[in-house]
Design a protein around this ligand. Sequence first.
Ligand code: SF4
Ligand code: SF4
Length: 278
Amino acid sequence: MRICITGGKGGTGKSLIATSLAYHLGKNHKVLLVDLDVDCPNDHLILSTKREVLKEVKQTIPVLNENRCKKCGICSNICRENAIVFIRKRFPIFLLDQCNGCKACMVACPANAIEEGERAYGVIYKGKNERIDMLVAELVPGQKEGSPLVHEAIKLVGENKKYDFVIMDTAAGMHCTVISALRECDYILAVTEPTPLGAHDLNLILDLIDELNIPSGVILNKRGIGNEKEVREITKRHGKKIVADVPYSKEVMEAYSKGIPVPIRFVEKLVSFVEEMK
Ligand code: SF4
Ligand code: SF4
């Protein structure tokens, strides 16, 4: 079973919930934790787990063959990412930061002057601790679009059927990288906190989940730091339930900062809820 831990807002404790859930489920089940927060994955740090490179993910980039180029500018017109600058009578200039590797320019060039090159785009790491296995997807600094890397990581998950639970920790927000992960899971847990911003962003992520039409529930983290009323109302309005809550506690924060798992008593309800889904 694949479960996504997500949240509209950063800082709600999404990674803490994902790592705690995975770790404690790992006591009685085969569990794979997949960190898909590709800009800044930190699950391995929270669980003090060493990681090693499993796969380097490359992206296609255009390489100009000046001997063939006729300086016609067709490639520049076809590129939807505005990644090709063309000035009359000059060779086109490729802005690789904006290129997503779609190859449209290669297909469109009438002189076959654009060849395929490649560049490092992201890395998928593997890790293991005493209870669980881990995959971590991380973009190479400077890369912007994380969806292809998320797809690569999920492809690796799909090739391995030995796990009872796959816990996928998405990035925060509602962008393509998050949606790519959410689409691939059986159940979504949206993490929020009892603050006005937490409530606002919960509403947005539940709107998105409604669109995707995937079974889901809400986790109220940091219970006690503010008024829960708005979070509860929004959850109810979307026809969802708060399936578990985690109190704000010095002990939880200390475990987080020391890179040790959160004690089971703080997440017992959540672990039981997920176990019952199996
Ligand atoms: S379409 Fe091909 S020939 Fe025309 S400018 Fe671009 S690279 Fe050169
Ligand atoms: S590969 Fe696609 S995005 Fe990149 S320069 Fe060519 S057309 Fe533009």
